[in-house]
Design a protein around this ligand. Structure first.
Ligand SMILES: Cc1cc2nc3c(=O)[nH]c(=O)nc-3n(C[C@H](O)[C@H](O)[C@H](O)COP(=O)(O)OP(=O)(O)OC[C@H]3O[C@@H](n4cnc5c(N)ncnc54)[C@H](O)[C@@H]3O)c2cc1C
Length: 412
């Protein structure tokens, strides 16, 4: 069997894995990132780049170039409830360079990171490499087994990082214990042409107990419809015509474009989970991002949390890995640092699910009149707190200046 040896093996090229691979390579470590897909062009990974991630790009000196990619800037968010527009988080007060959320297809973000990481000669991204198992000897993870088009291979590494998302094979093979928090919703994911005159910054629309999130991708909306968990079969059984009528009942402006949904193949079911590993590491292995703590789409915070995990990991471990001094206790430091912000955001997500989605009827969303009144009364305060939580999260990380100059990309 083919075998390669490297310093760090990162399993999964999502936001956590690509940012970690980039930062470890930048610190001068030999890194192999293994991604099972052939490219980053998948359509269901979330599209939000929050102020905290933009700040990291600023600290890395990449912000200007990043903002040249096509994107929409959302300095504030709005929510429509039964036709009344409520102001949501307002990012204009945040103490950061970019006081907005950038809406950008995630494949552009990942390609951007891949392009910049690829400038380091010690960074190796291997697409179509699917990890199937861990190599464990004497209770230490020593590498991974990989399925490739050319057959099986082994990647042996000083450290393996599990960044393979919410269906992580790494955490399963490592037998790390998962705590599941239960989620009452799933998401249907489809796109519709943007009707003329669609209101600006309107991200969520609730009507008749149903919620559609509309992500503006310039020409079209990427739409996420929140449905009760396990409810897709029932929706399909009622037929496409009924499904389209229902969408128009929530967003009347979609009347002239909803016919685009002429096949169930255009509607993808995304199952939502919220869970967290009890312990994120074992000897030779650390999980971060969704592999350590699967996030729901509520608040759209998962990508940024995954990126923050990667930055903390590089800050805490890169120097020690380079010097050959990184121990299992050091891996534990990452969990110790990142568990608090993760727990806070997951608690909020679970609370939101319970408040809005747990009515167990056909209605995905229920918002009582006292809740609405509160929303109106406290909205200025809620908008500020909401902006802080959504835009920055808890305990935002920073690129450590000391690691910045450890290695420079080679000019190509
Ligand atoms: C429906 C839905 C919508 C969401 N919308 C948003 C949003 O708008 N904003 C937001 O911030 N968050 C959103 N989230 C949450 C967000 O998607 C995740 O929190 C975030 O993607 C986690 O990043 P990650 O890098 O840890 O994992 P992932 O993004 O899941 O990346 C994991 C990577 O590992 C690869 N991989 C998996 N298994 C293997 C293997 N065996 N071998 C090699 N590679 C492998 C995958 O192909 C993938 O590229 C949403 C979640 C859901 C369910």
């Amino acid at each position: 069997m083919r075998q390669i040896k490297t310093g760090c093996c990162v399993v999964g090229g999502g936001p956590a894995g690509m940012m970690l691979g980039f930062l470890l390579a930048r610190a001068g470590i030999e890194v192999v990132v293994l991604e099972k897909h052939a490219d980053f062009f998948r359509d269901f990974r979330g599209d939000t780049i929050h102020p905290s991630t933009l700040e990291l790009l600023h600290e890395l000196g990449l912000l200007e170039e990043f903002l040249r990619l096509p994107h929409q800037e959302m300095p504030k968010l709005k929510l429509s409830i039964d036709g009344h527009i409520f102001d949501g988080p307002d990012f204009s007060h945040l103490p950061v360079t970019c006081k907005f959320i950038a809406l950008m297809p995630q494949w552009d973000f990942l390609n951007f990171l891949a392009e910049h990481a690829g400038k380091f000669p010690n960074f190796h991204l291997r697409m179509k490499h699917e990890v199937t198992d861990l190599i464990i000897e004497q209770d230490r993870v020593l590498g991974v087994r990989v399925k490739t088009e050319e057959g099986e291979m082994e990647v042996r590494a000083d450290f393996v990082f599990g960044t393979d998302g919410r269906h992580s094979i790494v955490r399963k093979c490592a037998e790390l214990e998962v705590r599941d928090f239960g989620v009452p919703i799933d998401v249907l994911w489809f796109r519709l042409t943007k009707p003329e005159g669609s209101p600006e910054y309107l991200l969520g629309r609730i009507r008749n107990g149903q919620l559609l999130v509309t992500i503006d991708r310039d020409e079209y909306f990427q739409v996420a419809q929140i449905i009760p968990k396990g409810g897709f079969e029932k929706i399909q059984a009622s037929g496409l015509e009924k499904f389209r009528e229902n969408i128009v009942a929530i967003v009347p402006e979609f009347r002239d474009v909803v016919y685009e949904l002429d096949d169930w193949n255009k509607v993808k079911l995304l199952t939502v989970q919220v869970n967290r590993l009890k312990q994120w590491y074992r000897a030779g292995l650390l999980c971060i991002g969704d592999a350590a703590h699967a996030m729901s789409p509520a608040g759209g915070v998962g990508i940024n949390l995954a990126v923050q995990d990667a930055v903390a990991t590089a800050n805490l471990l890169a120097g020690k890995i380079l010097r050959g001094e990184c121990t299992t206790e050091d891996l534990a430091l990452v969990q110790r640092r990142r568990e608090f912000p993760t727990r806070m955001l997951q608690n909020i997500q679970v609370f939101v699910h319970r408040q809005m989605f747990a009515d167990h009827s056909d209605k995905a969303v229920s918002l009582s009149w006292p809740a609405r009144t509160l929303l109106e009364l406290f909205s200025p305060l809620i908008r500020r707190i909401g902006a802080r939580v959504v835009g920055m999260g808890f305990r935002p990380e920073h690129i450590e200046p000391s690691s910045t100059d450890r290695s420079r990309p080679e000019a190509r």
